[in-house]
Design a protein around this ligand. Structure first.
Ligand SMILES: Cc1cc2nc3c(=O)[nH]c(=O)nc-3n(C[C@H](O)[C@H](O)[C@H](O)COP(=O)(O)OP(=O)(O)OC[C@H]3O[C@@H](n4cnc5c(N)ncnc54)[C@H](O)[C@@H]3O)c2cc1C
Length: 441
């Protein structure tokens, strides 16, 4: 009998897989290091392909208060290019979106182990032929390296534990978990994967869905195709004039070495998310405060948007070493399915990472349910993403390069259809809206 996949990471990719598996009658277990809803470095832009995928999974962003986004603006210094988005889009905080997906995954039968960080992942093999018995200690095999175990970097659990993160500690299982546990053999068998958490709890499964997002396994890292990229984020309460100026648009301000996206989200707030080359961040003073001053000096419009704004987080969120352009085509191992950012990292300016995460999670689960192996899944995903990733990479590079930023913005101001096309062609094919669901905005 096949055992249900183990899901490591309960962001959009992991929960999409969990919902798909649970709906098919499986009992997937999600191991998640956070013990409560968290903010994440992300522009919070949900495009139509993400909205429809979320709806198909059973979560409607509109019902969570998401703000409609109808326009896209590209800003360089004082030049502004604007176009209507070719699809409905929304702004929704990751704290709200991820928690809703997770609640839903649990409501359809997935099990959450919250507040648990996976530190080791290894595949078991039978002992050498000379070994005395089948009960001898199982050997750990490396995946692509010669190390004996695959380890995750240590990370601290996040405070707070609302009901969606009800932690199932050893010896305290809810009835659904007990059903899953009853079906599970007590120890790992040859060929299976074993994940060990910080408190040394071991989870074994034939298949692992790796959905740790921006956080890599220490010994199974994604190749760093762009080591230098840094992502930063802050929520603001904008002054009334600035909120009116932003309206229902996503504004992308280009500045030397990076771009800054601002848009409304739920509860009348706005999110500012910046992608910048590491060297450029250092040139701009190396801190969030000095960077904001630099962008404000560069663009009067950006300065006007932030005039009188109140920061809503105690400090900005940041992540370094974002591997833009990465795709997992060559990293498949038997029984290991990479999902979301572990499968592909599309440049942030597209705002399509969450759509890819939801799609990869659901399609990995469907592939596994249909008996396909991980190589077939990774190849199919790579084919699906190839065109949009290629164009996104070119646009990202151009928007980061100071010498062409003015020309791009001028071209977009003269021909707004270019913005329209760029938005359309950096999207996953959009599934049909589930019957009875609005399209989104
Ligand atoms: C600057 C920036 C802006 C972006 N803006 C947008 C945007 O506007 N729109 C958009 O669609 N996409 C955007 N993205 C991309 C988007 O954030 C990602 O594609 C998306 O979060 C991927 O989802 P995921 O489920 O793969 O990973 P994540 O959302 O990162 O979830 C991974 C989960 O795994 C957990 N985890 C990590 N390590 C462990 C461990 N060892 N053990 C247990 N659990 C673990 C984490 O706590 C987390 O909950 C942006 C990205 C960046 C960097």
């Amino acid at each position: 009998m096949r055992r249900d996949p183990l899901i490591i990471g309960a962001g959009p990719a992991g929960t999409a897989a969990a919902i798909t598996l649970a709906r098919a009658g499986c009992c997937p277990i999600m191991i998640e290091r956070a013990s409560g809803p968290t903010d994440k470095v992300c522009g919070d832009f949900l495009s139509i392909d993400a909205i429809r995928r979320a709806q198909a999974l059973g979560v409607d962003p509109a019902s969570l208060g998401a703000a409609p986004i109808r326009y896209v603006r590209l800003i360089h210094r004082e030049r502004v290019a604007q176009a209507a988005l070719p699809f409905p889009a929304m702004g929704l905080s990751r704290r709200g979106f991820d928690a809703a997906l997770l609640r839903h995954a649990q409501s359809v039968g997935a099990i959450l182990r919250g507040g648990q960080t996976v530190r080791q992942l290894a595949r078991e093999v039978a002992p050498p032929a000379a070994a005395p018995s089948a009960n001898a200690a199982l050997a750990r095999v490396p995946l692509a390296t010669s190390r004996l175990a695959t380890t995750f970097p240590a990370t601290a659990p996040v405070a707070g534990a609302p009901e969606a993160f009800a932690v199932l500690r050893a010896g305290r299982l809810d009835p659904a978990a007990a059903t899953c546990q009853a079906n599970a053999p007590p120890a790992a068998a040859p060929g299976q994967w074993t994940a060990r958490t910080a408190d040394q709890t071991a989870f074994s499964a034939d298949t692992v869905f790796l959905a740790t997002g921006k956080h890599d396994l220490r010994d199974l890292p994604r190749p760093r195709t762009d080591r230098g990229a840094v992502g930063m984020k802050m929520y603001f309460a904008l002054a009334p004039d600035a909120a009116r100026m932003l309206g229902d648009a996503i504004e992308l301000t280009l500045f030397p070495g990076g771009y800054a996206g601002m848009q409304p989200v739920e509860n009348g707030q706005a999110v500012l998310c910046i992608a910048i080359q590491r060297q450029a961040l250092l040139r701009h003073g190396g801190t969030w405060a000095t960077l904001l001053v630099r962008i404000q000096q560069h663009s009067r419009r950006f300065s006007a948007l932030l005039a009188g704004a109140r920061a809503l987080l105690a400090r900005p969120l940041a992540i370094a070493g974002v591997p833009y352009g990465y795709r997992s085509d060559a990293l498949a191992a038997p029984g290991l399915f990479r999902l979301g950012d572990q499968a592909a990292v599309i440049p942030s300016l597209t705002g399509d990472g969450m759509a890819i995460a939801l799609h990869s999670g659901a399609s990995a689960a469907e592939a596994w349910l249909a008996g396909a192996d991980s190589t077939a899944y990774h190849r199919a995903l790579a084919r699906t993403l190839r065109r949009q990733m290629r164009l996104a990479g070119l646009l990202h590079h151009a928007c980061m390069t100071g010498s062409v930023q003015a020309a791009i913005t001028q071209a977009a101001a003269l021909f707004p259809a270019l913005l329209h096309q760029a938005a359309n062609r950096t999207r996953l094919a959009s599934p049909q809206a589930p019957s009875g669901q609005p399209t989104g905005a």
